[in-house]
Design a protein around this ligand. Structure first.
Ligand code: PBG
Length: 324
């Protein structure tokens, strides 16, 4: 390998046109999935305080948002629901007339070409805010599986194009696959939140969804942040259970995990650029402490460079606008 002075890496950096031609990673609006928070009622559009530009929307207000997403060339949305009321078993999650099921029907009718992905979890729907049901003060893994499978099936029946289990219950992908297959939804893919860490970066989401656990935390079921091998093991298990896409979440503090997952497996890898990552960029840029646009592009490019095939991001609309 030649070195200085015959090699001068700066030669390719001197002019924009060459820099662009040797650019290794390029973002496209088609890489992105835009998360949306849907709620009951009419004419509701409540901004989520720590997430400027992101709203809880009632179904009538959702439609213009969907039109914008389609116009911007964003191919997919990921839906989260805020139920009318919460209970111990999260029953609105698997109610055919639940908010998510209604939202799916409304969106598929308005924009059939938009891929509608639905989050499969109980935490938005339970009064205790945990991702499964509680038995003796702890989340009961196996009893929660039935309800998660019912939720996924109910979403598929409403027209969801892809279900995305995020509860971190062991065996959830297998339980969902078998429920879907048993009802002839063999073609409905599963995007599993396989490597979901017990992260501080979900704080703003929990404000948005009202899903902060009422007692304890999620460390008993989400991955401990120091662990990387464990994430690969989770991903491997989910692939074996039938996951079609695997996810690493959050993204920015786990770029090594994204990269390892991409190298270790051939299954497509999604990365979730979560609420806290969004909030930090927005807060700093509103204070003019960083250039928000440049920082956003840099972060999202890094997530793609690390190996993400799909990026779930609250910045999707911004980035699609900047790229167009
Ligand atoms: C539900 C779920 C969470 C997120 C996505 N699905 C929250 C959690 O585990 O507390 C977080 C997304 C974000 O922070 O943007 N289990």
């Amino acid at each position: 390998m030649s070195s200085f002075p015959s090699m001068r890496p700066r030669r390719l950096r001197g002019v924009p046109i060459l820099r662009e031609m040797v650019q290794e990673t390029r973002l496209s609006a088609r890489d992105f999935v835009y998360p949306l928070f849907v709620t009951h009622g009419r004419n509701v559009q409540v901004e989520i305080a720590p997430m400027p530009g992101i709203y809880q929307l009632s179904l009538d207000r959702l439609l213009p948002e969907i039109a914008t997403v389609v116009d911007l060339g964003i191919p997919a949305v990921l839906l989260f629901g805020i139920p009318r009321s919460k209970d111990a078993e999260g029953s609105e999650a698997y109610d055919a007339n639940g908010i998510i099921q209604e939202a799916v029907r409304v969106i598929k009718q308005a924009a059939p070409e938009l891929l509608v992905i639905t989050d499969v979890c109980l935490c938005d729907y339970t009064d205790h805010g945990h991702c499964g049901i509680i038995n003796d003060g702890a989340v009961d893994n196996d009893r929660s599986l039935d309800l998660l499978a019912r939720t996924a099936l109910c979403q598929a029946e409403a027209g969801s194009d892809m279900v995305a289990p995020s509860a971190m219950m062991d065996g959830q992908v297998a339980a969902i696959r078998s429920a879907l297959d048993g009802a002839s939804y063999t073609d409905t893919p599963i995007m599993s939140y396989s490597a979901k860490y017990a992260s501080a970066f979900y704080g703003p989401f929990r404000v948005a969804a009202g899903s902060t656990p009422g007692f304890g935390d999620r460390k008993g079921y989400q991955i401990d942040p120091p662990n990387g091998n464990e994430a690969l093991r989770e991903i491997e298990m989910d692939i074996a259970e039938g996951a079609d896409i695997v996810m690493v979440k959050p993204a920015l503090a786990y770029l090594d995990v994204i990269s390892r997952a991409k190298q270790a497996f051939t299954t497509p890898v999604a990365a979730y650029n979560v609420s806290g990552e969004y909030a930090m960029v927005k807060a700093a840029s509103q204070n003019e402490w960083i250039d928000g646009k440049r920082a956003t592009i840099e972060i999202l490019t890094a997530i793609k460079r690390a190996g993400a095939d799909l990026i779930i991001s609250y910045h999707s609309k911004d980035i699609a606008e900047w790229l167009s």
